[in-house]
Design a protein around this ligand. Structure first.
Ligand code: G3P
Length: 218
């Protein structure tokens, strides 16, 4: 399973990229606004050190506008993935970029039907938002299970499942159990993956015992 980082914070991406855990990056207009930085500069900076796919979202809602914006964004680097909203024009844009061999990430997916039609429009990735479904009392991971079943039933559907709106470790682990292709993880959740109270406690005990020996490795 691939891990993407769901952030536009370039310092965080640099820092966590060095763990070797990060296979790509996803951004969205809200994350760009939160970073307070220029959209194009941010994408250029990320693509200067991240080899894997980097999702950059269009902000136009018309087909013509999405195509123009997507074409401009795709010039930033070969690994830029054009993120499109799951609307009728977004699906048309997905199909258009497929014919141009430009990768796409169809976002804001909340139902199996939406995931099915995104795959039929040749989206490279579909982004179902699990956390936002949980927020309204639904079960986000049930959606991932359904999409996985549908895509497995029809091998001609080549779209990869990119689980988004991840809020906790269960979302990551459940995605791995179901067999999702990618999880896009906010930095705080990625950090939770290696933080364990028993690891912390065990390390403290080892270091205290080591100190009592009055030895030094260096
Ligand atoms: O990038 C899209 C998605 O991951 C957003 O997550 O936390 O805003 O629901 P969230």
């Amino acid at each position: 399973m691939k891990f993407f980082l769901d952030t536009a914070d370039t310092d965080k991406i640099r820092d966590l990229y060095s763990t070797g855990l990060v296979d790509g990056v996803t951004t969205n207009p809200s994350l760009i606004a939160k970073s307070g930085k220029d959209f194009f500069e941010t994408l250029r900076e990320i693509s200067s050190f991240v080899d894997g796919p980097i999702s950059a979202e269009v902000t136009s809602t018309s087909l013509d506008g999405m195509i123009k914006e997507g074409e401009k964004l795709s010039k930033i680097g070969k690994n830029i993935v054009i993120k499109l909203p799951l609307t009728e024009d977004g699906l048309k844009a997905s199909n258009f970029f497929y014919t141009k061999k430009i990768s796409t990430n169809v976002t804001l997916c909340f139902s199996p039907a939406q995931a099915l039609i995104a795959a039929k429009s040749h989206a490279t990735y579909i982004s179902p938002f699990v956390g936002r479904l949980d927020d309204i009392g639904e079960n986000g991971m049930d959606l991932i299970k359904k999409i996985k079943t549908i895509y497995d039933n029809y091998p001609e559907l080549q779209t990869k499942i990119l689980v988004a709106s991840i809020r906790n470790l269960d979302h990551v682990i459940e995605s791995a159990i179901i067999g999702a292709d990618v999880v896009t993880i906010p930095p705080n959740v990625l950090e939770m993956l290696y933080d364990h109270p028993l690891t912390k406690k065990g390390l403290e005990a080892f270091l205290n015992d080591w100190k009592s020996t009055n030895q030094s490795i260096l």
